[in-house]
Design a protein around this ligand. Structure first.
Ligand SMILES: NC(=O)c1ccc[n+]([C@@H]2O[C@H](COP(=O)([O-])OP(=O)(O)OC[C@H]3O[C@@H](n4cnc5c(N)ncnc54)[C@H](OP(=O)(O)O)[C@@H]3O)[C@@H](O)[C@H]2O)c1
Length: 246
């Protein structure tokens, strides 16, 4: 098996993205961390992994910025073999009062930017002879959640984008997957975890515990490592069984 060498991770500064970047670097990949500051993961990086990171400044909602960052990465590393579209935001509020400004911010970062990054990485993957795109969705794509209309819609769109591109680009040796986490404690939901959410989840998740960024990072890394040719277009839920529990 030939391992892809350079993988791009968007939103690699914190949370799940930083953990995915570290996991991929530990497995021997060169990891291009696309972050708004351009400074790479804001976590402790073991000294031996530092040379595996290539950092580029990128706001995923700005298509010129995405194009430029990918071009910089390709120029530095010679090729791009895959991308993890992880950057995302969570804004909520009662649907009857949710402004279009908030709705559009969520859609723009979580859904439109995933399409943009897929489109912009496409020529690089073609040049490399194919590759793998992993989009980070959410199990909120299949459930109704109060106050979360924009977030849920954005993640459902990620599933749709994944399916369409998987079908359209299969003949180009490009596979597209949606990894859809359940509850993972990060900055995205830190405040909610201070409230009754923790106890609620202890009852709702069959194993009684929410997940960790490491759980998601291991699945994403396995997708690249195992390189399974017949696996594409799917949404892979990783939620401790919460989404299927009665
Ligand atoms: N945590 C969960 O329970 C959970 C569950 C399901 C799905 N997810 C998804 O997992 C992904 C990562 O979430 P997380 O929990 O790790 O959240 P997080 O800790 O809040 O981190 C979000 C990351 O996205 C980046 N980002 C946001 N807007 C960006 C933009 N316009 N351009 C570039 N980067 C941007 C942030 O960069 P800055 O440092 O610059 O702000 C940060 O690195 C998201 O897509 C989220 O929807 C999370």
């Amino acid at each position: 098996m030939t391992l892809p060498r350079t993988l791009v991770v968007t939103g690699a500064s914190r949370g799940i993205g930083a953990t995915i970047a570290l996991e991929l670097a530990q497995r021997g990949y060169t990891v291009a961390c696309l972050t708004r500051k351009g400074a790479g993961p804001e976590v402790t990086v073991p000294a031996e992994l530092v040379p595996r990171f290539v950092n580029a400044k990128c706001d995923v909602t700005d298509e010129a910025s995405v194009k430029q960052a990918l071009a910089q990465v390709a120029a530095k590393t010679g090729a791009i073999h895959g991308i993890v579209n992880n950057a995302g935001i969570h804004l909520d509020g009662p649907s009857d009062k949710l402004t279009l400004n908030v709705y559009n911010q969520v859609m723009s970062t979580n859904a439109t930017a995933v399409f943009t990054a897929c489109r912009e990485v496409y020529p690089h993957l073609i040049k490399a002879g194919g590759g793998i795109i992993v989009n980070i969705g959410s199990f909120f794509d299949k459930i109704g959640v109060k106050r979360n209309v924009a977030y849920c819609a954005s993640k459902a769109a990620v599933g749709a984008i994944t399916r369409c591109l998987a079908v359209e680009w299969a003949s180009k040796n490009i596979r597209v997957l949606d990894v859809a986490p359940g509850y993972i404690e990060t900055d995205l939901n830190r405040d909610a975890f201070q409230g009754p959410l923790r106890d609620f989840l202890a009852k709702r998740i069959p194993g009684g515990k929410h997940g960790t960024p490491q759980d998601i990072a291991k699945l994403v890394a396995a997708i690249f490592n195992e390189d399974i040719p017949f696996l594409t277009g799917e949404t892979l839920y990783i939620d401790g069984g919460q989404g299927v529990a009665h």
